[in-house]
Write a protein that binds this ligand. Structure first.
Ligand SMILES: C[S@@+](CC[C@H](N)C(=O)[O-])C[C@H]1O[C@@H](n2cnc3c(N)ncnc32)[C@H](O)[C@@H]1O
Length: 353
């Protein structure tokens, strides 16, 4: 028996069945993170819908929610007989939460008009953007507002379908704005979890998400924090960069990675989802070969000469690139041209004599 609850508070007797889009695995991960928060935390939820997750967040402190609260065509199709498309679902949201004694602070707005201007956040859950540019807009005000031990959770942050968002999150990690959290989550859970990174409070000089994703200057991949989730972030970032035709930048990321067969698994899920610029399809295919070569074995055996095929020319060149610490460019197109000219034959003749 528990002590009587205040009127309207949640109990098994008056449980409210609040509709929720996220499933049990997502909720379990969210609750795992919530259990690490300080008492009376400051929480932000971007995209609460009817409050299925908000009801849990509200138990941990002051909850702010951001949503336009407009019932969409998809909502009406998936949940008929609740509201018509275009109607406000804010009263439903407020009602569900009130029945549990919660009254979050509501920011009713379009995502593009939202910027967090409140105190430092202990927790933020984002389940609204589905593109890197929307996520970029959202994170611009949120990342610098995270407490040093605050948490950021992004739904679909690890979904291959939304790999541009994953690539952006990977870039924010590599640029020191976010730090990945080792959660032990199951592989089917697509929420990406972070804490503030060492540079989270610093403004980013980049104008848009693609500029940040493709800027590979001056950062090192942190090998001690590798998890299945960080491999997914790195794979997405490399994939987006390579698919754009910027293979030298993708190669400089690849070069920093320790061979890891788990990366092949992450890449295998991602590669079919990438939209490859047709002008760069050849270089992209060569990059995929190199990635497989790089991650498939710790030590490589070069049993065929570079002159044997373009693949072998690339492999030999990759081994030299890995050894040479002072250059940053691996130019697949230039190697292909050199191979076509027969330069690799000459090298071997030179070596033999
Ligand atoms: C996928 S639902 C969130 C589901 C919720 N996390 C759950 O598990 O029940 C996304 C929410 O974002 C809101 N939303 C989508 N696009 C928006 C936009 N551009 N501006 C404001 N709100 C938006 C929708 O109204 C919806 O409530």
């Amino acid at each position: 028996m528990h002590a009587p609850l205040p009127p309207g508070k949640f109990s098994l007797e008056n449980a409210v069945d609040v509709p929720c889009m996220m499933g049990e695995t997502d909720l379990a991960l969210i609750q795992q993170i919530l259990s690490d928060l300080r008492p009376n935390a400051l929480l932000l939820e971007v995209g609460p819908w009817l409050g299925g997750i908000s009801q849990h967040l509200a138990q941990y402190g002051t909850l702010h929610v951001v949503d336009r609260f407009i019932w969409s065509d998809l909502n009406a199709q998936n949940h008929p007989d609740i509201l018509s498309p275009g109607q406000s679902f804010r009263p439903l949201f407020e009602d569900y939460l009130a029945k549990q004694g919660a009254a979050p602070v509501i920011h009713q707005t379009e995502l593009e008009d939202f910027a967090w201007g409140g105190d430092l956040l202990d927790f933020c859950l984002i389940d609204m953007p589905r593109t890197a540019s929307d996520l970029w807009h959202c994170l611009h005000s949120i990342v610098p507002s995270l407490q040093s031990n605050g948490f950021l959770l992004v739904k679909h942050g690890l979904t291959p379908d939304h790999h541009d968002m994953t690539a952006l999150l990977g870039a924010l990690v590599d640029h020191g704005r976010l730090a990945p959290v080792r959660t032990g989550q199951p592989h089917w859970c697509n929420i990406a979890v972070f804490q503030a990174g060492p540079k989270s409070a610093q403004a980013l000089p980049h104008r848009n998400s693609l500029e940040l994703i493709t800027d590979v200057s001056g950062h090192q991949i942190q090998h001690d924090t590798i998890t299945p989730e960080t491999l997914t972030l790195t794979a997405a970032r490399m994939g987006v960069i390579a698919a754009q035709g910027q293979t030298p930048a993708a190669c400089s990321l690849l070069r920093q990675q320790k061979p890891d067969p788990q990366m092949l698994a992450a890449w295998g899920k991602l590669e079919p989802m990438l939209e490859v610029d047709s002008a760069h399809a050849g270089a992209f295919a060569a990059f995929c070969e190199l990635l497989e070569y790089h991650h498939s074995a710790q030590s490589k055996s070069h049993w065929a000469p570079a002159s044997q095929s373009l693949t072998w020319a690339l492999r030999h060149s990759w081994a030299a690139y890995m050894d040479e610490k002072d250059t940053n460019d691996f130019d697949i197109d230039a190697i292909a041209q050199a191979f076509a000219r027969g330069d690799f034959n000459e090298d071997e003749e030179g070596e033999d004599t």
